[in-house]
Ligand binder design. Structure first.
Ligand code: SF4
Length: 268
């Protein structure tokens, strides 16, 4: 079997004391304007690799690798390849982590059901709501369809994920399902939610507090990440936006913890 894998690199990650091996799957179904891996968003032929060679590389690094982390791009888009590599790691007694945008709940469910992952990092890129009903209950308050549509419009702006084939509402529903699945497994795997604070997109206190509500329900560690204006972003105009200051991020953290005291927030 072959997979679109753009790179395999040893990295230091905080949840592991030893070196981990990151496997970068090529291809993503989102086009976040601030994404700093634009070269990983398409499945170019140059990335095609035989899984036998990928396994060899995992084995070669086995002596100093505590875990393999599947990232991207979006690794869940290549389900059979991802599952096969995760099973291989299990056989070799190497821990498995995955970094996902949460849009493929059935893949996540499969990995968790078969106990093939130890760590899941899921992006919660912006707040979202269900727009099905006239109103929905949030913390005993009714949120109108209009408000839900405003929230979902921001989600679309942050992810640029809708296409002719899939609506923003469907993507949001899929992410909600992923979060529900993760909540079910929260005592069995290490779960981390991640949100990037991007000036001009997701930065207003009221928006970040709405994301905090979602993370609070998930009951996971939450990493608030600083947007980084690196030279190669998906949208060039984001390269001129300054990263938020530490004080700004600390203020956001304080506001979220004030509203949801049980939140475990790290700023990076
Ligand atoms: S930041 Fe967005 S576009 Fe980039 S890999 Fe992650 S989900 Fe895909």
């Amino acid at each position: 079997m072959q997979a679109y894998i753009a790179a395999i690199e040893p990295v230091n990650v905080e949840w592991s004391k030893n070196i981990c091996l990151k496997i970068f799957f090529a291809g993503c179904n989102f086009k976040c304007p601030f994404c700093n891996t634009p070269h990983l968003l398409e499945t170019n032929e140059e990335f095609l690799k035989d899984l036998k060679d990928v396994k060899k590389e995992i084995e070669l690094n086995g002596s100093f690798t505590e875990a393999v982390i599947f990232t991207g791009g979006e690794p869940c888009l290549q389900k059979p390849q991802l599952v096969e590599l995760a099973k291989f790691c299990r056989e070799k007694k190497i821990k498995v982590g995955i970094e996902t945008n949460g849009s493929k709940p059935e893949v996540l469910r499969g990995l968790l059901k078969e106990a093939l992952v130890d760590f899941v990092a899921i992006d919660i890129k912006a707040q979202f709501d269900e727009v099905n009903a006239g109103f929905k209950e949030v913390n005993n308050a009714e949120v109108s369809v209009n408000e839900a549509e405003v929230n979902n419009a921001l989600f679309e702006k942050v992810t640029k994920s809708k296409t002719f084939f899939i609506s923003t509402n469907q993507i949001i529903q899929d992410i909600k399902t992923s979060l529900e699945i993760l909540h079910e497994y929260k005592d069995k795997v290490d779960i981390e939610a991640r949100t990037i604070i991007v000036p001009s997109l997701l930065f207003r206190k009221e928006d970040v507090i709405k994301v905090a509500e979602i993370v609070n329900e998930l009951d996971a560690r939450w990493v608030i990440q600083r947007f980084n204006n690196m030279p190669e972003l998906v949208e060039k105009n984001f390269e001129h936006i300054h990263p938020p200051s530490t004080t700004f991020l600390e203020d956001l953290k304080e506001a979220c913890v004030k509203k949801y005291p049980k939140l475990r927030i790290e700023i990076k």
